[in-house]
Design a protein around this ligand. Structure first.
Ligand SMILES: O=C[C@H](O)[C@H](O)[C@H](O)COP(=O)(O)O
Length: 228
């Protein structure tokens, strides 16, 4: 296993130790959360009783395979905690998410949770967001016009996401435009501006949603950052 994957595993396993009996948990998406899901499934096998709400079809399938009990978000009043990965995390715990295309459902689930713990290896922790292209989920109808409006917000390049030479379609049937900003100076303002554009379903900036981050380093250490 690569050093990066060892760190992801460490972060995922650490997050599983924070789960308490009876909790309802938002279960994130991606290669870091994969390790959290494995560790959670093991705890359930050993007797832990929890309920999970998945943030994507991919997570739903993996959780079902591992016998993690799932519930529909509409049948839950409030989630105790969501554990999810991120593509970038800044010191104020603002995030870029959506590298795997799951941002919309991830944000709905996180917004329904009392706490959101972000888990990541050290490569995701940055001083300023924006080096990772910001995923914007858009309605397929007229997407080129939505892209023109996005261009006016100052990103240097926008790429329609593709997978295996075909347009990538999200779990909710939308397209993803990856926006290369390089540096996002005011993430809260940008979030607001993007979501005001007709045709945008959601963008990958998570502003004031994460309450703590668990960052795992190559040397084996773990740093927990809590929202002040
Ligand atoms: O859409 C995908 C999610 O936002 C992921 O949580 C994010 O891309 C981080 O994924 P990974 O842990 O695989 O880097």
């Amino acid at each position: 296993m690569s050093d990066q994957n060892i760190a992801k595993k460490k972060a995922g396993e650490y997050a599983a130790t924070l789960i308490e009996p009876g909790m309802t948990i938002g279960i994130g998406t991606g290669s870091t959360v994969y390790f959290f899901i494995q560790a959670l499934a093991k705890k359930i096998q050993e007797g832990l009783i929890i309920k999970g709400v998945p943030t994507s079809k991919q997570t739903q399938e993996l959780a079902t395979e591992l016998n993690i009990p799932l519930v529909d978000l509409n049948n839950v009043d409030q989630l105790d905690i969501t554990v999810d990965g991120a593509d970038e995390i800044d010191p104020q715990l603002q995030l870029i998410k959506g590298g795997g295309g799951a941002l919309l459902q991830e944000k709905i689930v996180a917004a329904a949770s009392k706490r959101m713990i972000v888990i990541a290896d050290e490569s995701k922790y940055v001083q300023t967001l924006g080096k990772f292209p910001l995923p914007v989920e858009v309605i397929d109808f007229g997407w080129k016009h939505t892209m023109k409006h996005l261009q006016q917000l100052g990103c240097e390049r926008i790429v329609l996401r593709k997978k295996d030479d075909k347009i990538f379609v999200s779990d909710h049937g939308h397209y993803i435009l990856d926006c290369y900003f390089q540096q996002i100076k005011d993430a809260a303002q940008l979030h607001h501006q993007i979501n005001n554009i007709a045709g945008v379903a959601e963008n990958g900036l998570f502003i004031n949603i994460a309450t703590s981050a668990v960052i795992a380093y190559k040397d084996g250490s773990i740093k927990e950052i809590n929202k002040s």
